[in-house]
Design a protein around this ligand. Sequence first.
Ligand SMILES: *Cc1c(COP(=O)(O)O)cnc(C)c1O
Length: 429
Amino acid sequence: MEGNGAAAGGTRRPWSICRQSAGAPLAAAGSMSIRAVLDRVFSAVDASGPRPVLAIGNGDPTASACFRPPLEAEEAVVEALRSRKHNGYSPCVGVLPARRAIAEYLSRDLPYQLSRDDIYLTSGCCQAIDVMISILAQPGSNILLPKPGFPLYESRTMFSNLEDRHFNLIPDRGWEADLESVEALADENTVAMVIVNPSNPCGSVYSHDHLAKIAETARKLGIIIIADEVYDHLAFGNKPFIPMGIFADIVPVITVGSISKRWLVPGWRLGWIAMCDLNGILKEAKVDKLIESYINITNDPATFIQGAVPQIIANTKEDYFMKILNLLRNSADLCYGKIKETRGITCPHKPEGSMFVMAKLDLSCLDGIQDDLDFCCRLAKEESVIVLPGSALGMKDWIRITFAMDMPTLENALERIKSFCQRHAKLEA
Ligand SMILES: *Cc1c(COP(=O)(O)O)cnc(C)c1O
């Protein structure tokens, strides 16, 4: 057969749609996403199996009926929509009342007041991350990321050619950051370090003392902190949630967050960037202008959701948040207890926040299991249970479990994991 379409009349150049140089980093970055890894695990499920698939791998609690948004938030959205005031485009930084409401919301936990000008609305916390990585990525620069962490940071830095360097979170110290390795990793080309607190995937909550040490370390190194606080206030253990922004007098902090997790509405896509810049260091570096320039050329959250933000925040009652914290505490306890009675997996730190826990596989107890991906795929095939392989988060031979779901489903899934481990237990010699 004739190639290159020459038969259609004359010669032409070959199509040059996606150059290798552009496509390769994107393909590599895309294959690292949690969704891509979970798709792989899902494909191992025996579709003809008799039991329903129980997915405790991804982080969308809305699948469980008990994790519903507050009625007040739903009503705020309906009202915003019906008002017909929010059908147009919004300013790219977000509508003023919503920026003001978020500034006030965040300032409740700070020793100073953020102004509405410090707040930029984004399409979920994901876009806040996208904006920050995009503006920080300069040739030759690097950024310090926690390991384990949230893989969007790795994918996004890879796509922007920003070098990522990883500091460890230490399981036996409540997943605190190894600040000695932070100091060893940083150099004059380091632009920022990322802290996720409360932590996805570790379920840890940092103390005031540890946050202060992080702030001091960053100041000494001359790097800003990006504080991912998308799980703000989802702390149900002994430690309260403390925002990194309280240390903004020591180090510039850029807080990213959203209503996705605390209000259980990840589909509403409303997030923010907050500049906690008490000493004007970010402004001097024109970070505010860079954020504005970048969001000028991207998209904004839907205007009617922005329009609803002041009422969502004002009308949601403390009772609602307490109810959700109780649900999370109970399911975290169940999860921790069940893992404890399962030979072959251990959990070094009881979850005290967020919706996740990391558990370590003890492959010496499990017969013929190669690694975490093998564990997850076989578990999917034999038990129709989906958990996330730790290697998706840089933690080989660990798994991440989501406990934000109704107790019967969670218990059922953990029982299946237990019988899987029993079935594959290595016989004592
Ligand atoms: C869920 C999550 C995000 C993204 O939040 P959205 O508001 O859904 O975009 C960002 N960071 C971490 C650590 C998360 O778990």
